[in-house]
Design a protein around this ligand. Sequence first.
Ligand SMILES: C[S@@+](CC[C@H](N)C(=O)[O-])C[C@H]1O[C@@H](n2cnc3c(N)ncnc32)[C@H](O)[C@@H]1O
Length: 227
Amino acid sequence: MSTSANKTFDRPGVADYEKRRYRGLDQRLVDFREKRILRRILHGLKKEGGPAWERDGAALILDAPCGYGRFSGLLLGEGVRLVSSDLAFPMVERAVEKNEGPWHVGGAAADFRRGLPFKPGVFDYVFSMRLFHHLHAVEDREAVLREFARVAKEGVILSFYRGKGIHAFQRKLRRLFKRTQRTIKMVPRATFEKEAAAAGFTIERVVPLFRGIHAQHIAVLKKVSRG
Ligand SMILES: C[S@@+](CC[C@H](N)C(=O)[O-])C[C@H]1O[C@@H](n2cnc3c(N)ncnc32)[C@H](O)[C@@H]1O
């Protein structure tokens, strides 16, 4: 099966993907729930305050990967300044044109495993939804987390699939009957913590998408202060 993570996109491909990806009821539910959790996380961070929100009145966030800009509207609606990045340039183009405006500062295509084309500490937060579970090699996950730690001053909001026996078993069963279903990299909480710590993060909170029935979790990682 070709997925957003392994497909080479052109403009019509992006348009088609955008039209179909969150069309089914189950996917609309996932989309709804992700956005609800993310809004709560952003409100929590704003309430906490700190330099990201106080400096110029708006945090600068890197949406990485931005995909077709599913979260651009939500982020801009929360009053942040936004940069969009993705492996696929047509995705970046779509994300930027979808929510054009002075607060959508720009976009850049990059393979995050090889590095992000930004200076150290230019963003307050990196926002990374639905990438981590496509990174199967531990070296890739660690390289991406290190890059996020390099470019973000405060932290990262990131989704991952937490591997627990029951979820892995359910997926194996589904793949057995539906041969095309893609493999998702699930990582146990302890492994995720270890990989995050190696990149210089502590885990502030982890929110399950649907507790007990869905393996996706959304984590807030904060930079460990080295002072
Ligand atoms: C499942 S989509 C998620 C997009 C968006 N965050 C969302 O949740 O709608 C995964 C995205 O990751 C991008 N991607 C996959 N591997 C990547 C890599 N190594 N570096 C940068 N982006 C990557 C793909 O191009 C795709 O747009």
